[in-house]
Write a protein that binds this ligand. Structure first.
Ligand SMILES: Nc1nc2c(ncn2[C@@H]2O[C@H](COP(=O)(O)OP(=O)(O)OP(=O)(O)O)[C@@H](O)[C@H]2O)c(=O)[nH]1
Ligand SMILES: [Mg+2]
Length: 396
């Protein structure tokens, strides 16, 4: 049984003799995905441009602070990851539907200096990565922009928030261990006592090497300084040509080299204008600005990478689709992202590369004829950009 792509009828493989039941994909209610969409949390000082960026990332049109007083409201949306490979495959297969990879974005009220309490929000805690919007544009009411200071201050807030969590937990553990000593609590206490001095020395937890067991043991705390972070400098519209030099200009070189940390830039106001235009008009406007593509595309791909995601593709007449998987995902688990039944009845994956498939204009027959179709087992690690076609067998 083939799934994950619908081959042209003349190209079905010879595996059809296996006693398999047909599985109808996309039957309402039949999908039991065991993967959750990954989530990016927008964070930053008030009026740094978070909601403006949220709108650009998700295509929403939430009013920004220029029009509304700051209200502690929460916006959630889905960001589509631009990928020219998906567009190319879609042009080759002309499917009924084309689906890009996506992730969730949550936008919260600004975090005023020293007001750590708002970091307790569940949405921050459950984010898989943070997108820190750093103001570099002029705003007379907010004083001079200082991205380097804001990056350092935010890092401090995250670290202090984690330190408070650890201290509270240690107090409880001490009391509890005094009453009744358990190995689990003693181990937890030892681990937290090791982490505390790291935070006190202003090392975010994302920079601390942990064993797999330790990572698991502290997962429940959802430490904020452990989350991968993208500091996105929101440039003044006049400075957009300086984008590529944003690190030197604001002294952020040292920041970009930190573990699981990324520095990017955008000029949100310019990007809003870019987003209003399409086709050649947009290209001409971008060329005037010295940009090859909208800067928001890079922010989206950076976020995707920060979440540790890569894409594999499924292709066919019905749908061309990019599927987000964490880097290092086994073929059977990748199959499970498409449908849990495909993972359960996994036989093997037929895999080819994007370039190979494009070179033969999407002809699966030619890929076979050229010997470029690989048969991979369940433990094969799916690579970014591979086209997968899963064979599976589910008894009725
Ligand atoms: N000049 C300039 N203004 C910007 C830019 N990005 C955002 N702004 C303006 O800054 C103000 C705040 O933008 P928002 O996107 O609402 O900022 P926010 O971070 O969501 O603000 P809070 O939710 O109140 O914390 C608005 O007036 C925006 O139009 C930019 O790149 N350049
Ligand atoms: Mg906002």
């Amino acid at each position: 049984m083939a799934a994950g792509f619908a081959p042209h009828s003349t190209e079905t493989s010879s595996e059809s003799a296996a006693p398999v039941a047909s599985i109808l994909l996309r039957v309402p209610g039949s999908l039991t995905r065991h993967n959750h969409p990954m989530k990016i949390g927008l964070i930053g000082l008030p009026r740094s441009g978070k909601t403006t960026l949220f709108n650009l990332l998700t295509g929403a049109s939430v009013p920004t602070a220029r029009y509304e007083a700051t209200r502690p409201e929460l916006h959630t949306g889905v960001a589509r990851v631009p990928d020219p490979r998906v567009d190319r495959l879609s042009a080759l297969f002309t499917p009924k539907k084309t689906t890009h990879a996506s992730f969730e974005v949550v936008d919260l009220a600004g975090l005023a200096r020293g007001e750590r309490a708002s970091l307790e929000t569940k949405e921050f805690r459950s984010a898989d990565a943070l997108l820190h919007v750093v103001r570099a544009f002029e705003d007379p009411t907010l004083g001079a922009a200082d991205p380097r200071r804001d990056v350092a201050d935010l890092e401090t807030e995250l670290i202090l928030a984690d330190l408070e969590v650890i201290e509270r937990r240690l107090e409880r553990l001490e009391a509890s261990i005094r009453k009744r000593r358990t190995d689990a609590e003693v181990a937890e206490q030892a681990l937290l006592r090791n982490l505390r001095p790291q935070l006190e020395a202003e090392h975010p937890l994302r920079a601390v090497e942990l064993t797999a067991d330790e990572t698991k043991a502290i997962r429940g705390f959802t430490f904020l300084s452990q989350k991968p972070i993208l500091h996105c400098v929101n440039l003044d519209e006049k400075a957009v040509a300086d984008g590529p030099r944003v690190l030197e200009r604001f002294g952020l070189d040292g920041v970009a080299g930190r573990p699981r940390t990324c520095v990017g830039w955008v000029s949100a106001v310019i990007e809003m204008e870019v987003a209003q235009l399409a086709g050649e008009e947009q290209q001409a406007f971008l060329a005037d600005l010295g940009l090859a593509e909208p800067a928001i595309h890079r922010v989206l791909s950076d976020c995707y990478a920060l979440l540790g995601l890569v894409s594999f593709f499924t292709v066919g007449e019905d749908e061309v689709r990019a599927w987000p998987i964490p880097g290092g995902t086994r073929a059977q688990d990748a199959a499970g992202v498409v449908h849990s039944d495909i993972a359960r009845g996994f036989i093997r994956a037929e895999v080819t590369g994007y370039d190979e498939l494009v070179a033969v204009k999407g002809s699966w027959a030619d890929i076979r004829a050229r010997g470029q179709l690989r048969l991979e087992g369940k433990d094969y690690v799916v690579q970014d950009g591979e086209i997968c076609h899963f064979r599976f067998n589910v008894a009725k």
